[in-house]
Structures are given as structure tokens and as C-alpha cells.
Design a binder for this molecule. Structure first.
Ligand code: ZN
Length: 179
């Protein structure tokens, strides 16, 4: 059976004459291949004619923009909250460490004086270190380090400061034993 002329008719985008339509109909009823081809092709043609891209509803872009801005604001607030809580957490830890340090020292005024002089000296070197580190971070800011990274770095430095104070406390305690 020669399918080719029928398949050409199926794929043709011209209107069929009545004879052609009848001939095709007769053939399709007998031939599974051409029947399947014909139904598949009409499905494809229907899909192609259906508009796929539905126009957005009026005001869609504006609403989307508002949502985007709200999302950006929410993220910014979240970052600010992380920054605030990290800073306050570190400050609280530092305060607790300082109070913990101060309580036993009050009992011995001479040790207090020496310890404070020693700590002041150390604090000065730490402040210098933090200053140079912060300057480095500020340089890094211009190259686009995310804020969260900076906040965590600052938090880490503060925690290291707390650790330093605590270890200093241990050191001065063992020293006061030898006095
Ligand atoms: Zn056929």
C-alpha cells in the first residue's frame, strides 16, 4: 500500500478538496499508520494554534515588584537581627567574663592594681589588633563580602576576645598563687 500521497495530504496546510478529503478518509479507515499519523498531526496543529503564553493579569508586574521589595526588606531585617543578636550576645558574654573577673579581685587591692595595669596594656594591644583587622574588613567591604560574613567575623573576634580574657584570668590566678 502506498502511504506517501496520503501522508503528503495529511501534512499539507492547504484546504483539501472534497475528493481529496474523501480519499484520505477512506484510506485512514483502512490504514492504522496513516490514521495515527493523522490524529497525531491534528493534535500538534491544535497545540500550535493554542496561545501558550497567557498575558499577565493587569498590575501583575507591579504586584511582583512589591513582593520582591518586601522579600528584600525581610532578608535585610533578618540580617540586621543576626547582626544585632550576635553583637549583643558577644557583649553579654564579655560583660559576664568581666564581672566574673572582677568579683574575686575586689578582695585583694594590690593584685587588682597590678592586674588592671597588665590587662590595660594587653587591652591596648588587642584594640590595635582589632583596629587593623577592622580596617582590613572595611577594605574587603568594597570587594563585596556579604554582611553576614563580616558580622560572623566580628562575632568570632569578640568571642576570641572573651576567650583571651578568660585565659588571662586563669594566668593571673596562677600568678597570684606564687606571690
Ligand atoms: Zn497509509
Amino acid at each position: 500500500m502506498n502511504h506517501k500521497p496520503y501522508q503528503e495530504v495529511i501534512f499539507s496546510d492547504q484546504e483539501l478538496t472534497c475528493d481529496e478529503a474523501d480519499l484520505l478518509q477512506d484510506h485512514i479507515l483502512q490504514c492504522d499508520d496513516c490514521y495515527q499519523l493523522s490524529t497525531a498531526w491534528s493534535t500538534v496543529e491544535r497545540e500550535l494554534q493554542t496561545p501558550q503564553m497567557v498575558d499577565p493579569e493587569p498590575g501583575f508586574v507591579a504586584r511582583w515588584q512589591v513582593r520582591l521589595e518586601a522579600e528584600q526588606e525581610r532578608r535585610q531585617n533578618q540580617q540586621n537581627m543576626i547582626m544585632l543578636s550576635t553583637t549583643w550576645g558577644a557583649a553579654a558574654a564579655l560583660l559576664i567574663a568581666i564581672v566574673y573577673l572582677a568579683i574575686p579581685l575586689i578582695q585583694s587591692p594590690k593584685v587588682v592594681l597590678y592586674t588592671y595595669l597588665y590587662q590595660l596594656l594587653n587591652l591596648f594591644s588587642v584594640v590595635t589588633f582589632v583596629q587593623s583587622f577592622t580596617a582590613g574588613l572595611m577594605d574587603g567591604l568594597t570587594s563585596g563580602i556579604p554582611w553576614v560574613t563580616i558580622v560572623f567575623a566580628v562575632g568570632l573576634i569578640t568571642l576570641m576576645g572573651v576567650l583571651w580574657v578568660v585565659s588571662l584570668r586563669v594566668l593571673t590566678r596562677s600568678r597570684s598563687v606564687t606571690l
